[in-house]
Design a protein. Structure first.
Length: 255
C-alpha cells in the first residue's frame, strides 16, 4: 500500500477540469488513454495493431446516485509504480509517445471532477500477476487529501487480465442527458483514423445493448465526383485563393 499526495495543487486541477465543457469530451480522454497504452502494440511502419485491442465504455445505473461509467481495456496495463507516477508526476507520462499517440495519462484524468464525484483506476500490467487500485474524489481535490494505491484481489478487479479499468461514479449533472449516440458521434469523429484498423474495437454499452464504433464510409455519401484529366477537360472548376487580412483575395490556381 502506498499513501501519497497529488503532485500539483488540487485547486489547479479543479480549475483545469473546467476546460471540459461536455461529458463526451471527458470520456474521450479516458478512451484516449486506453489507446495510448496500446501504442506498445503498434507496428510503426504500417500503423496496424498486431493483436485485437478492446476498449469498452459501459454505462450503468438509472440516476445520479447509482450512476457509473466504466472504461475498460485489454492493453498493457500499469503497475503500482505507474499509478504512483500518475499521482506524483501529473502531466508527465512514462509511456512511449510517438507520432501515432493521441495524448498522455496526466492532467486529462482529472477532468472527471467536472462531471463525477470520483474516479477509481484499476490496472494490471501485462508482466505482473497482481492488480492495483487508486481512487481520487472531488473531496480529495478540494481538501488536498492523500490518495491510497493498494493491491486488490482478482475478485475485486473488474477485468479478465492485463489492462486498465476506469470507474467514474456518481454523475453530478442530469443523468438522463447522457446519451450513447452523442458519445458515439464524438468518438467516431475523434478516432476516425484509428478506427480504420480492424484490430481496434471500441464499444459503447448499456442495459439496452451495445454500439460498435465504425470508421466513416465516405463512399456512402452522395456527391459529385471530381475527375482529373491530363487535358483538363470535363472536370468541375476548382479555384484556390489566398487572402491576407485587409487585402483582396489572390488566385493561386484554377481548373
Amino acid at each position: 500500500m502506498i499513501n501519497t499526495k497529488l503532485g500539483i495543487h488540487p485547486q489547479t486541477l479543479i480549475s483545469f477540469s473546467g476546460a471540459y465543457d461536455n461529458v463526451e469530451k471527458c470520456l474521450a480522454e479516458f478512451v484516449d488513454n486506453s489507446i495510448d497504452n496500446a501504442v506498445e502494440f503498434l507496428r510503426d511502419e504500417n500503423l496496424n495493431f498486431v493483436r485485437p485491442i478492446m476498449v469498452d465504455v459501459i454505462f450503468q445505473g438509472t440516476n445520479k446516485k447509482n450512476s457509473q461509467v466504466i472504461v475498460r481495456d485489454n492493453c498493457v496495463g500499469m503497475s503500482d509504480k505507474d499509478l504512483l507516477s500518475i499521482c506524483k508526476s501529473i502531466g508527465r507520462s512514462k509511456k512511449r509517445h510517438g507520432k501515432f499517440s493521441n495524448g498522455q495519462f496526466g492532467l486529462g484524468i482529472f477532468s472527471f471532477s467536472q462531471f463525477f464525484e470520483k474516479v477509481t483506476i484499476q490496472s494490471m500490467h501485462e508482466d505482473a500477476s497482481d492488480a492495483h487500485e487508486v481512487t481520487i474524489s472531488k473531496d480529495t481535490l478540494s481538501n488536498n487529501k492523500e490518495v491510497i494505491i493498494k493491491k486488490i484481489s482478482k475478485n475485486n478487479y473488474n477485468n479478465n487480465g492485463p489492462g486498465t479499468v476506469i470507474i467514474l461514479s456518481h454523475y453530478t449533472k442530469r443523468w438522463s442527458s447522457v446519451k450513447k449516440r452523442k458519445l458515439e458521434d464524438f468518438l467516431n469523429n475523434h478516432f476516425e483514423r484509428l478506427l480504420k484498423d480492424e484490430e481496434l474495437n471500441i464499444k459503447i454499452k448499456d442495459a439496452k445493448g451495445e454500439i460498435v464504433l465504425k470508421p466513416f464510409n465516405y463512399f456512402d455519401e452522395e456527391g459529385e465526383s471530381l475527375i482529373e484529366t491530363s487535358e483538363g477537360k470535363n472536370t468541375p472548376k476548382i479555384e484556390l485563393y489566398t487572402q491576407k487580412t485587409g487585402q483582396s483575395k489572390a488566385l493561386i490556381s484554377g481548373t
